[in-house]
Design a protein around this ligand. Structure first.
Ligand SMILES: Cc1cc2nc3c(=O)[nH]c(=O)nc-3n(C[C@H](O)[C@H](O)[C@H](O)COP(=O)(O)OP(=O)(O)OC[C@H]3O[C@@H](n4cnc5c(N)ncnc54)[C@H](O)[C@@H]3O)c2cc1C
Length: 470
């Protein structure tokens, strides 16, 4: 082909990018485009943190492309209108993009296919964000897996593709014509989303640097350290996987190199645990594809009948980190301030919302999507339904975390709590996770009383589930 447009979406990188690689292979000229969609400003789940991360990542992509002699065309508006217009403008034979899996993006892709078809332009989508997608990993009866462990075994049994090469420099004669570009908003504030959070750095270089650092050491103690919020035991790659500033094949190739150098059983086990977490991401992506009803309700429809609490004051206290349970409050304050939250804490606060406050998991899911820099429909929905007990795994609804014992196990001495709740600075280590045990000291501090008693709520939660379980 003479000219192909590569439409960057959640693949904001020049290396290990399948559609981009294919475009460069099959066309003489590649026109890279990024569309700042109206939906970025109006969707119900838009959040300032994710928008800021995206803007930074597009800017970094623009620079990386420029170093290779490519000019990123930026347009603002509706992709369904912009792509056919741009295809006509540059005389493109096809538009290439990497696949997305959320139901609303798939509906949009169908509309785009039709509008491009009308002008004789092809629209090709490539699998890129995951190793195995949609129905590529099925059980022996040809059905999608709904339990993680057998899914992960089947996932691992398939040969993993190697990363794709970095985009090569554009030949001078093929460098893009003088195409007009719109300006991106400099900050999310410009489109009505004031950024109050201090978020991690976006862009492909930042992602590759995180990967390098993680594989140079922390990966070997991941199994143990990943559970302690005060230790930086994870890779912190989730915002990058979400924005596509890093390729999944690159991560796995580096993991395999690290595994080859691992010394001792613990280090090897840690590499395997890390791979399993990457597979959880794919597990939830295929759940979303095969069971799209999860975006609207419980994976197990009987749980749509649960009689959740509509206590708004409790929900507000949870959002603001004022429930009186230090580990929950510290986690929520961290989320509100940084757009990030440690995995263990996500489980604790999600359990607390659903099983202590008895509030519908969908309220928490929406709040997370507004705040999280890595907010991803599939993983977020999966994480919430797992915690609420309405999800895919044989998740017994009676799995209820005790916020105090979780905190005493995973935040020993309250290091994490202390970093987010200054009101508790005078509490000794043995009381930091349950300050109500010293009523005098608590009344002197500005920290709130517990809004519910875990011991009481536990019974109510079981009764609520039993009522629909029969
Ligand atoms: C209620 C709840 C909501 C969540 N919402 C999201 C979300 O919106 N976006 C998101 O990326 N993750 C979500 N997770 C999963 C997990 O908490 C984050 O992926 C993880 O904290 C990111 O930190 P990390 O990059 O250091 O992960 P690491 O521990 O380094 O793991 C490596 C990668 O594996 C993937 N991963 C790890 N754990 C999980 C998991 N349980 N489910 C799916 N993928 C996983 C992520 O892509 C992560 O970057 C949620 C979990 C829960 C319990």
């Amino acid at each position: 082909m003479k000219t192909v447009i590569h439409w960057f979406r959640r693949d904001l990188r020049v290396s290990d990018n399948i559609a981009l690689c294919e475009a460069a292979k099959r066309a003489e000229t590649v026109i890279p485009v990024f569309i700042f969609e109206d939906a970025f400003r109006t969707g119900p789940d838009v959040g300032a943190a994710r928008l800021a991360f995206l803007l930074q990542s597009v800017e970094s992509l623009r620079k990386n492309l420029a170093e290779l002699g490519h000019t990123l065309v930026i347009r603002r508006g509706k992709s369904e209108e912009i792509l056919p217009a741009l295809a006509k403008e540059v005389g493109a034979q096809a538009v290439f993009a990497n696949k997305r899996y959320e139901p609303y993006t798939q509906r949009r892709d169908e509309r785009i296919t039709q509008s491009l078809l009308k002008i004789g332009v092809g629209y090709e989508l490539f699998k890129d964000a995951v190793v195995w997608e949609e129905t590529e990993v099925l059980n022996l009866s040809g059905k999608p897996y709904t339990v993680f462990t057998p899914y992960s075994k089947a996932w691992k049994a398939k040969a993993i593709p190697a990363p794709r090469a970095k985009l090569r420099s554009q030949k001078p004669e093929a460098r893009s014509q003088n195409l007009s570009s719109d300006n991106l908003p400099a900050t999310p504030d410009e489109v009505g989303y004031p950024l109050t959070q201090k978020i991690p750095a976006g862009g492909e270089r930042a992602a590759l640097e995180l990967l390098r650092k993680f594989m140079a050491g922390p990966v070997y103690s991941y199994t143990t350290n990943r559970n302690f919020p005060a230790l930086d035991g994870g890779s912190n790659l989730s915002p990058h996987l979400r924005a596509g500033t890093i390729g999944i094949r690159t991560i796995i190739a580096d993991l395999n190199k690290a595994r080859a150098k691992a010394v001792g059983a613990d280090a090897l086990k840690s590499c395997e645990t890390f791979l399993n977490e990457l597979i959880w991401r794919e597990f939830y992506a295929q759940v979303l594809h095969n069971f799209p009803h999860v975006t609207k309700g419980a994976f197990r429809p009987e749980y749509d009948k649960l009689k959740w609490s509509d206590n708004e004051a409790h929900f507000t206290a949870w959002c603001e980190g004022k429930t009186g349970y230090p580990i929950v409050d510290a986690a929520m304050r961290c989320l509100n301030a940084t757009g990030t939250m440690h995995n263990r804490l996500r489980m604790i606060v999600a359990m607390f919302l659903t099983k202590d406050l008895l509030i519908n998991w969908q309220q928490g899911e929406r709040y997370f999507m507004k705040q999280l820099v890595d907010g991803d429909m599939a993983s977020n929905n999966g994480g919430w339904q797992w915690s609420a007990g309405t999800g895919t795994d044989a998740a017994p609804y009676f799995r209820i975390f005790n916020p105090v014992s979780q905190a005493e196990k995973f935040d020993v001495g309250g290091k994490f709590v202390r970093s987010w709740i200054p009101e508790l600075k005078d509490f000794p280590d043995d009381l930091i996770q349950q300050p109500w045990e010293n009523p005098l000291l608590l009344s002197k501090s500005k920290y709130p009383q517990r809004i519910v008693l875990h011991e009481e709520q536990r019974g109510k939660c079981r009764a609520m589930f039993k009522a629909v379980k029969g």
